[in-house]
Design a protein around this ligand. Sequence first.
Ligand code: AFP
Length: 322
Amino acid sequence: MRRLPPVLLEDGCPHDLLSLIRTILAACKEISFRVGQGALSGVLGSTLDENIQGETQKKLDVLSNQLLKDILLESGYVKAIASEEEPGTVAGNPDAEYIVAFDPLDGSSNIDINSLVGTIFSVMRAPKDADPADPNIFLQKGDQQVAAGYVLYGPSTMLALTTGQGTRIYTLDKTQGTFLLTQDFAKVPEHTKEFAINTSNQRHWQPAMQNYIADLLAGETGPRGRNFNMRWIAAMVGDVHRVLSRGGLFTYPEDTKNPEKPYKLRLLYEANPMAMLIEQAGGLASTGYERIMDIEPEQIHQRVAVILGSKEEVEACLSYHK
Ligand code: AFP
């Protein structure tokens, strides 16, 4: 009988933080079940509402957000939460040490086609004696995160988690309801031949990205001298999991499609947690002009350009942005 790997590791992690992470995972197990039930649980399709981002809310967006919000606020482990699906932050236990920002269901446009979706979370320390209702307590650089992770709802439900000691991958054992360690210290290969971008926006990119992607597409006939492969899951959690698993470059660059919204991905609960996971696994995460985890946030739903993944390929892409 194969020795079962240990459940959630994260040795040296403060007890409160580990309990907070377990609380997040309890909600994610329920989300995994609902996503897996699909049409059978009547949660497919859209609501009649829009979120603060002006995007139509899917029923599962609302359900996932409610599950995470309720369990976190009831746990007493959080001073406040911020969510893609909440206009503002929501105050919790004024004596708690941590705050959590999350995208409850990233990739929700994939729900109705039974494709990959996931939950992304970022944990930071709450400033001492801070007012739980003050949204500014979330305006911390990505380097201030004490934990970051995602739960990917795919053929198997997988957790990628870092508390600053490397990035570990766990798989949900649905018979026991526990996340078991299945990859200790994931490493993003430095070299890759695979990139991920939504090419339909090509005419709206800045010249630097147009030139970089054109050279990838030119393959062995162009300056890179070798051929590349492309993937696009349209759910950051799926694309980042592929990068963590086998390398690659993922980017959602600046585009001029909608002048009021030059960027798509949100800093606090998409770019920052993914940047921590990727850097802890030896990869890089940049906007093209600065390291993502160096950015001083100005607004909780702030968006940012993202270029992340295999060190050598991110550096090649950045060389076009000089
Ligand atoms: P949704 O959650 O609205 O599906 O958006 C997902 C996402 O924020 C990110 O997870 C994807 O990488 C990106 O948007 C996909 O954007 P496009 O639909 O423009 O390709």
